[in-house]
Design a binder for this molecule. Structure first.
Ligand code: NAI
Ligand code: AKG
Length: 427
C-alpha cells in the first residue's frame, strides 16, 4: 500500500485561468478597457505573521488574500491551508471566484486566500492560534460587506468560527453582532446555515443529474470515481449513490483504491473519519498506483481535490463519458482539448462547484436579515438556483455549438461587462 503523501501538482493555475478568460473574451470581443481591468487583480495581500507553537518556539507563517474584482458586490471566496498556496495560486483561485459568482447571478465579486502550510503537521491548538493570528493580521481587509471568506481545502466550519470570533473581538461591543456575516460556512450554532456543509457536493450531483437528463442517460448503476474524499468529494458521492450510481474508485492525498463491484460511501466515510481523514488501507477495496487513477473503468469522473490534475499526462486515458469538476481548475487547457476531442462532456468548475458559494450566499443573507432557514428550504432554493444556472450554460453551449466552459465564461464576463457599461465608465 502507498503510504507517503502524493507529490503535489505544479502551479500553473494562473496561466490556465487566464487562457480560459482570454479565449471567452476573444469570442465576445470584450471591450479592451474592461479586459484590462479583469486581467489584473485589484488587491494582493501577502502577510508574514509569527505564532507561538506548543513547544514555545515561534514560527513565522505566510498568508495570502487576493481580491480580484468587486464590480458586482463584495469580494467572496474561500481560504485554503495547503503547501501549494502561493500568490499565483491565490490569484488564479480569486479569478475563478469572480467568474463563478457572476455566472451564478450573485451580488459578489471574487477573492481567495489561505496559508502556505501543511496543517497535518500542527496540533489543533496550534491551528487555532495560526488562524487567529492570520485573521488579526488581515484586519479590515476582510469584512461582512467587503470581503467574506469561507472554507476551502483543509479549512472547515471550525476554522470559520475562529475567524469570526477573532474578527468580532476587534470590534466595539455594540458592533459585534453586526459582523456575523464576515465569514460563511460557520457551524450552525455560530450563525452557520443548514445545508452549507453539503452545498458544494450537492451542487456537483445536481449538475450531473441535470446533464444526464438532457442527454437522456439514467444514473442508475453508472460507475463513478472521485478524486478527493473531503467535503466536496464525499457529499457528491453520497448524493450520487442515493441516485443509484456506484462508487468504484477513490483517490485522496495518500493513495488510490478501487472496487469494480462498488464501495459503500458511508462505510468509506466512517473509515476515513477514524483514519485521520485518509482512505488508505480501506478493507473493502484494493490499492493501486496513483498514476492509474484517471484511467479507471467508469462512466463519470469527479475531480474534487486540487488544480491541474487532468492534463496531457492522463486525459487520453480517461474512460468516463462525463467529467464533473468539483475542484477548482482540475483540468488544464490542453487536457480539456483532449477530452473534448474524445467527445467527453465537461461540466466546468465555475458551474459545477458553485453550489458552495450559493449556499454561502444563503447563509450571508440569513445573517444579514436575522433569519434562520430550515434545511428543506435551503436545499429547495439551491436546487432552483442550480437548475437556472445549469440551463443557461447548457443552452448557450448548445446554441453556439461550443463547450460548456466557454459558454459559462461568456455568460460570466458579459454580466460584469454590462455592469461597467451601465455605470458609464466605458460608453
Ligand atoms: N469546500 C467548498 O465548499 C468548496 C470547495 N471547492 C473546491 O473543491 C476542492 C476540494 O475542496 P474540499 O473538499 O473543500 O477540501 P477538503 O480539504 O475537505 O478535501 C480535500 C480532499 O482532497 C484530497 N487531496 C489533497 N491533495 C490531493 C492530491 N494531490 N491528490 C488527490 N487527492 C488529494 C484530500 O486528501 C481530501 O480528501 C478544492 O479544489 C476546492 O477549491 C470548490 C467550491 C466550494
Ligand atoms: O463559499 C464561498 O464563499 C466560496 C467557496 C469557494 O472557495 C469556492 O467556491 O471555490
Amino acid at each position: 500500500m502507498i503510504t507517503k503523501p502524493k507529490k503535489q501538482p505544479k502551479h500553473g493555475m494562473l496561466e490556465n485561468v487566464m487562457r480560459q478568460f482570454n479565449h471567452a473574451a476573444d469570442i465576445i470581443n470584450l471591450n479592451s478597457n474592461i479586459r484590462k481591468i479583469l486581467t489584473i487583480t485589484n488587491n494582493e495581500l501577502i502577510i508574514h505573521f509569527p505564532v507561538k507553537m506548543d513547544n514555545g518556539e515561534i514560527e513565522v507563517f505566510t498568508g495570502y488574500r487576493v481580491q480580484h474584482n468587486n464590480a458586482l458586490g463584495p469580494y467572496k471566496g474561500g481560504l485554503r491551508y495547503h503547501p501549494t498556496v502561493d500568490i499565483d495560486a491565490a490569484k488564479a483561485l480569486a479569478m475563478w471566484m469572480t467568474w463563478k459568482t457572476s455566472l451564478a447571478g450573485l451580488p459578489y465579486g471574487g477573492a481567495k486566500g489561505g496559508i502556505q502550510i501543511d496543517p497535518f503537521k500542527y496540533s489543533i491548538t496550534e491551528l487555532e492560534r495560526i488562524t487567529r493570528r492570520f485573521t488579526y493580521a488581515l484586519g479590515d481587509n476582510i469584512g461582512p460587506e467587503h470581503d467574506i471568506p469561507a472554507p476551502d481545502v483543509n479549512t472547515n466550519a471550525q476554522t470559520m468560527a475562529w475567524i469570526l470570533d477573532t474578527y468580532m473581538s476587534t470590534k466595539p461591543p455594540t458592533e459585534r453582532s453586526k459582523n456575523q456575516h464576515v465569514v460563511t460556512g460557520k457551524p450552525i450554532g455560530s450563525g452557520g446555515s443548514e445545508g452549507r456543509d453539503r452545498a458544494t457536493g450537492y451542487g456537483v450531483f445536481l449538475n450531473i443529474k441535470f446533464w444526464s437528463e438532457r442527454k437522456k442517460v439514467s444514473l442508475k448503476r453508472k460507475k463513478f470515481i472521485v478524486q478527493g474524499f473531503g467535503n466536496v468529494g464525499y457529499w457528491a458521492a453520497h448524493f450520487l449513490e442515493n441516485e443509484g450510481a456506484l462508487l468504484v474508485g477513490v483517490q485522496d492525498a495518500y493513495g488510490s483504491i478501487a472496487n469494480s463491484d462498488g464501495i459503500m460511501v458511508a462505510e468509506l466515510f466512517n473509515y476515513s473519519q477514524q483514519n485521520k481523514g485518509s482512505i488508505l488501507n480501506f478493507p473493502n477495496a484494493s490499492a493501486f498506483e496513483n498514476s492509474d487513477f484517471f484511467g479507471l473503468e467508469c462512466d463519470i469522473c469527479i475531480p474534487a481535490a486540487l488544480g491541474n490534475q487532468i492534463t496531457t499526462n492522463n486525459a487520453d486515458r480517461i474512460k468516463a463519458f462525463l467529467i464533473a469538476e468539483g475542484a477548482n481548475g482540475p483540468t488544464d487547457v490542453e487536457g480539456e482539448e483532449i477530452l473534448l476531442k474524445k467527445g467527453i462532456g465537461v461540466i466546468p468548475d465555475i458551474l459545477c462547484n458553485s453550489g458552495g458559494v450559493i449556499g454561502s450566499y444563503f447563509e450571508w443573507l440569513q445573517n444579514r436579515n436575522g433569519e434562520i432557514w430550515q434545511m428543506d428550504e435551503v436545499m429547495a432554493k439551491l436546487d432552483k438556483k442550480m437548475k437556472e444556472v445549469f440551463d443557461k450554460v447548457y443552452d448557450k453551449a448548445e446554441k453556439t455549438n461550443g463547450d460548456m466552459r466557454t459558454a459559462a465564461f461568456v455568460i460570466a464576463i458579459e454580466r460584469i461587462e454590462k455592469a461597467y457599461v451601465q455605470r458609464g465608465i466605458f460608453p
